[in-house]
Design a protein around this ligand. Structure first.
Ligand SMILES: [Zn+2]
Length: 367
């Protein structure tokens, strides 16, 4: 069942509230529960009421302190942004063999990567004169993606739809688990969907007796305030205006510490630095890695294995198979690993554990 937080509508959809046009979000499924030992957003699967259909290792991103500010580094997700949380959940519930999506930065690359990994063909509609070329090239290289120029006649998947927002909520759950002392969370503000999902996750936790942190919306001084943001401010969120030059300075400062944030994301750091015990959510990097799957070079499974190893470091074939949601066969994972090892992309090592010899795989440096 979906709900509208603004007017109280409950129903099965469509994607936006039929009464007031606000984004809809799935209702919570019982109490907050954690699947211990699950190292991805799927540790909150039962809370979301969604079963794992696909994972590339999204979520459980690092929390680091820089200059006294706690940083939740979402650029460490598989495609470099917080979008991967939403895409993993949306791709898991999506019914259908094809999906049409309009191009937008970060979102489309994330959606296409997850849908493609699930074997769903994605038609990406883009305007060749305005598309971000780094995203464009990576999209073109994904195994199940078709690029179309022009406007989509009908879009099947869009930014901010209900199950996408459900996935974004897992960020708040992770902060709840890992940053109990935080008093405020700063989120960069564009349209307000990410802030809305985080707000709702904290509100649900509050119903279970937890004290939610203050929600700080970091916005460029010159940017307008969206409809969603206005509603959030009405509910107690605080708007913090950031100078665009300060945001760029913050991005430079973060880069020196090894966190590659877009200036938009770095705004959250500027906002959090003004507060005591605040967490800044760095939503994305904008930098793209050059070794994502290349058509004709790597099979889809090989590319997925590389992605898992890049994020997690050394792993056994069984752990890799598990991280891939056990969708390929274990035998297929072994075959892909030997092929990657044969080409020098993956290195193998052996360790003795008890009386067993364990073989582990990791990416060769420079890959
Ligand atoms: Zn409504």
């Amino acid at each position: 069942m979906l709900q509208c937080l603004r007017c109280g509508y409950r129903g099965s959809g469509p994607k936006r509230c039929p009464r007031c046009g606000f984004p809809l979000i799935p209702e919570p499924q019982g109490r907050f529960r954690i699947v211990e030992g699950e190292p991805t957003i799927w540790r909150y699967g039962p809370t979301l009421g969604v079963s794992k259909g696909v994972t590339l290792g999204e979520g459980m991103t690092p929390l680091r302190k820089i200059g006294g500010v706690a940083i939740k580094d979402e650029s460490r997700n598989p495609t470099g942004s917080i979008m991967d949380r939403g895409s993993a959940v949306l791709a898991s519930v999506y019914q259908g063999a094809r999906a049409a999506v309009a191009f937008s930065e970060d979102f489309t690359l994330s959606i296409a990567t997850y849908f493609s990994a699930r074997g769903i063909t994605v038609e990406v509609y883009m305007d060749p004169t305005s598309a971000n070329y780094a995203d464009f090239i990576l999209l073109a290289s994904l195994p199940n993606v078709e690029i179309r120029f022009g406007v989509a006649p009908k879009v099947d998947v869009e930014y901010g739809e209900p199950y996408f927002l459900a996935g974004i909520k897992t960020l708040a759950y992770e902060l709840f688990e890992g940053a109990r002392k935080m008093e405020a969370v700063a989120v960069p503000l564009e349209r307000g969907y990410i802030a809305l999902a985080i707000y709702q996750a904290f509100r649900e936790l509050e119903e279970e007796g937890y004290t939610a942190p203050r929600l700080l919306l970091a916005k460029y001084r010159e940017a307008s305030v969206s409809e969603i943001a206005r509603w959030l401010i009405d509910k107690g969120a605080e708007l913090i205006e950031v100078d665009s030059v300060d945001a760029v300075r913050a991005a430079v400062e973060l880069a020196r510490e090894g966190i590659y944030a877009k200036p938009l994301s770095a705004m959250a750091y500027v906002a959090a630095a003004q507060e005591k015990n605040a967490v800044a959510v760095i939503t994305g990097t904008g930098l793209r890695r050059p070794y994502l799957p290349r058509r004709g070079e790597l099979g889809g499974l090989q590319a997925q294995i590389i992605e898992v190893l890049r994020r997690r470091g050394e792993m056994t074939a069984y752990q890799i198979w598990d991280a891939l949601g056990r969708r390929p066969t274990l035998r297929g994972v072994y075959k892909a690993l030997s092929s990657l090892a044969a080409r020098g992309i993956v290195a193998q090592s052996y360790q003795i554990e008890g009386k067993r010899r364990i073989k582990r795989f990791k990416l060769n440096s420079g890959k």
